[in-house]
Design a protein. Structure first.
Lengths: 263, 307
């Protein structure tokens, strides 16, 4: 432990020597960097969810703050944004029918968060609202802003709840761990139904409850294998795909009669 | 053994689907129906999204009706001309159906509409068939000879204009009800993912007075093309046809159908109809219950701005 402390003390000293006298007056500001080992992930047919590890580092951390554990990091893996309709069923003549609905623009299909500590312990809620950070604070823009605030509130909450229930919005408290004073490792969850497309990994640095810096990187998630080829053909060559489906059905019907004929 | 369905985007058990196909195939072979009205609700109970269940159901129906139509063609019990006119109506109805399907999907009322159509149609057809077959069973038990419907009997349909002669069916009838029937079945085919045999067969027999021996072959013939058209349009406009899912159902289905046909020969006509009626009613009741029971989640999400 003593050795480590000695090492920690040695770092700022050497840095001071390296810096020019002019900048030495004001302490250098902290920043954060994250790195992904790959810019694309292929998931196979049998994919049943996984943990994605993202490494990152703090630059110019204040060793005193770091030692007291007052640096916090929140890492988010955000899926591609898509418009979403939330519908509510109501009873009409005894039958449950989709009645009211609210459309939201640019809702991330997935949103997985990893934090050093529970979000409420890192900063105050107003800060998260301002940063649009965290599944509960993420700003969801209604397509029709003229709807009553109570309605929008209700459907926003339902949207978050449904996303969480399907595992697409998740929170991994303690998922960010400092490996050293500078280096941290974040583990975010990829749900089994993680959408394909361009995902954005973002890291937020907090110092004593104050937001300092953000850094981001892009990650492409795509499905691989036979199933993905089928999916792509069905969308890109839909007419040929339909003709194939029909031919396959006729062939199966004909073969089935040949093989299993009982008359 | 699990398999990931590329279009439905869920993992399912291969054997459950093969067994489902075989069971429905057995019943369809036994009763001489396509089985689409059983497959689509079963897929929905198995958590396949209704839009995919419907489109894939239509694809699966092609296999069973093609297989059935082949044997009727060999026996000569298929009226191509009548089938052709029914088909012309069917294409129009199917096109309208696909349009309504996309519209309802956009409005978020597709699932409700599919369930309601099933409950109403299956409930009506099942109920009528049950009453008729129970009466027939009671009559045969009391020893009375079954009353045969007199052929050549005319109703209002036979007074309509634009008459056409269908030689194989020994029929001289207006094309209006034939086109209308085809259109109605085509509409149902694209919205419900059914071939429509369970409506087509009684309609041809009771409304148009087509001889029973050509009814099934002709109905199957037109169903091949209506469901092929439905499959193609669903594939191009909604991308909801899952070939993997359809193939598993077909493979089980064509095998089951041949054994079902064999089993069906051992049962009497009215017994078969009573059993089929009870089956149809059971599906209708199961779907009706879902409409009235409070769903576990009142809120649902769907992608906005389809197409």
């Amino acid at each position: 432990m003593a050795g480590l402390r000695a090492f920690a003390a040695a770092v700022p000293l050497s840095m001071l020597f390296a810096l020019s006298p002019a900048t030495a007056q004001t302490p250098p500001t902290e920043s954060i960097q994250i790195g992904l080992s790959t810019d694309a992930i292929s998931i196979t047919a049998g994919f049943s969810g996984a943990d994605l590890t993202i490494f990152g580092s703090l630059e110019n951390p204040d060793p005193l703050v770091a030692r007291q554990g007052r640096y916090d990091v929140v890492v988010v893996l955000e899926g591609p944004p898509r418009p979403v309709v939330v519908r509510r069923k109501d009873r009409v003549l005894g039958v449950w029918i989709n009645l009211d609905s609210e459309t939201f623009e640019n809702v991330p299909v997935s949103y997985s968060v990893a934090t050093t500590r529970p979000l409420q312990d890192i900063a105050d809620p107003a800060k998260y609202k301002q940063l649009s950070l965290g599944a509960q604070n993420l700003y969801l823009k209604p397509a029709d802003a003229t709807d009553s605030p109570a309605t929008i509130e209700e459907f926003t909450a339902a949207l978050r709840e449904r996303k969480a229930a399907t595992g697409l919005y998740s929170e991994n408290v303690g998922g960010v761990q400092f490996l050293s004073q500078n280096l941290f490792r974040a583990t975010v969850r990829l749900a089994p139904n993680v959408p394909v497309g361009t995902h954005k990994a973002r890291a937020f640095l907090f110092k004593s409850g104050m937001f300092v810096k953000e850094s981001s990187a892009q990650l492409e998630i795509r499905k691989s294998g036979f199933e993905q080829s089928v999916f792509r053909v069905a969308h890109d060559y839909s007419f040929l795909y339909g003709v194939f489906a029909i031919s396959l059905a006729m062939l199966t019907g004909w073969l089935g009669r040949l093989i299993f004929r009982k008359d | 053994m699990g398999i990931y369905l590329p279009i439905a985007e869920i993992s399912v058990n291969v054997f459950v689907l093969l067994a489902m196909g075989a069971a429905v195939g057995f019943l369809s072979g036994m009763f001489g129906v396509g089985g689409g009205f059983l497959i689509t609700p079963l897929l929905i109970f198995y958590n396949i999204p209704p839009a995919i269940a419907v489109a894939t159901g239509a694809n699966q129906v092609i296999a069973s009706s093609f297989s059935g139509a082949l044997s009727h063609f060999k026996r000569g019990t298929l009226d191509f001309k009548l089938g052709g006119v029914l088909l012309a109506g069917g294409i129009v109805g199917s096109t309208a159906g696909i349009y309504v399907f996309a519209l309802l999907r956009r409005l978020g009322q597709l699932d409700l509409f599919i369930s309601l159509l099933y409950v109403v149609l299956l409930g009506t057809v099942g109920g009528l068939m049950l009453v008729e077959s129970l009466n027939a069973l009671r009559a045969s038990r009391s020893g009375a000879a079954p009353v045969l419907k007199k052929s050549g009997q005319h109703n209002w349909i036979h007074r309509l204009p634009f008459k056409m002669r269908f030689r194989a069916s020994k029929l001289f009838v207006s094309v209006i009800p034939v086109l209308g029937l085809g259109a109605g079945i085509g509409f149902l085919s694209s919205i419900m993912g059914v071939g429509g045999g369970f409506i087509m067969v009684p309609a041809l027999i009771y409304l148009l007075k087509v001889p029973t021996n050509v009814v099934i072959g002709t109905s199957l013939f037109q169903i091949i093309f209506t469901s092929a058209y439905t499959t193609l349009v669903h594939a191009t406009t909604n991308q909801t046809v899952d070939v993997i899912l359809a193939f598993l159902l077909m493979a089980g289905g064509v095998a089951g159908a041949q054994y079902g046909a064999k089993a069906g020969q051992r049962l009497r006509g009215e017994q078969l109809r009573a059993l089929l009626a009870m089956l149809v009613l059971a599906v209708a009741i199961r779907l009706a219950v879902d409409l009235f029971v409070t769903p576990p989640n009142l809120y649902s999400l769907s992608a906005a701005g389809l197409n």
